[in-house]
Design a binder for this molecule. Sequence first.
Ligand code: C2E
Ligand code: MG
Ligand code: MG
Ligand code: MG
Length: 285
Amino acid sequence: AKRRRGGRQICFFNQSIAQAVRQRELLLEQVEQALAEGRFVLHYQPIVDLPGGNTVAVEALLRWPQPDGSLRPPGTFIPEVERHSRRLMLALGRYVLTSALAQAAAWHRDGYELAVAVNVSAREFLEEGFLSGLIELLAEHPDLPRERLVLEITETAALEDLPRAQAVMQSCRALGVRFAIDDFGAGHASLANLRELPVDRLKIDGAFVAGLPGASGDRAVVQAILAVAKAFGVGVVAEGVETLAQSQMLQELGCRLMQGYHFARPMPASLLGERLHAERLARSA
Ligand code: C2E
Ligand code: MG
Ligand code: MG
Ligand code: MG
């Protein structure tokens, strides 16, 4: 009886594995097709400088429009693509960089001094051709100041191959391109590693901001990150700022750059352009 049950379990197990594999293959095919048909879009979320509140940078965030009009968030497909198809991840990453750079150049032509942050996965970043690909893409926008491009990588991505990450970052920075460590505090980065990485900015993971102003543990973590950033001479952006109270506490702790629903949600480039325009009018008023 035992053996029979075991057999059935194995059979059930195989079926669910087969199903999962099939589902993943379907997802990868759909991503591939959407990419080929130019159906992905980037939304842009403001990063504001307080207390003035001006948009000094934006983060490009990938969105996948669905037939029902909804936008599929990147967390539901990027990790799968990154794990299972190197080729597709590189293609997706290239789309994101191409599109974000074109948008950055357009805003630059409109006279906005705006940095555009682009998320880069470990797969892309540690890939042989990343640097040459980036140089090629930048060459299409000779007038765009290179420091307008900020590449966001996670600690985990950098730690996968620290010497290589260091080398790529140094070469990119020689071009003028800047780096932010995304989701800082959430991974396994040690301060020793941070010291080895030529970064310009740390992004405090939203999970710590969420505990402000009440949770003393989260406040301690945020304070520690701000102190580390100061010691290393790098900037800090607080992510996931959802309330006025959070933004006030962050300001009290000495953090000026913030990103989160309290200020603005990610939005299409056209809306972001309207926001920039309105801010410019307000400044000159
Ligand atoms: P991330 O780079 O840490 O991006 C911040 C995420 O927080 C975004 O989620 C953003 O929409 C969300 N967010 C912003 N403000 C708030 C807030 O006040 N509260 C909360 N709860 N969330 C907020 P999104 O767009 O779903 O992206 C999730 C992750 O997917 C990103 O995290 C990034 O790791 C990855 N991702 C997004 N776009 C790309 C891309 O073009 N390429 C790559 N490789 N990864 C991307
Ligand atoms: Mg990011
Ligand atoms: Mg983040
Ligand atoms: Mg994140």
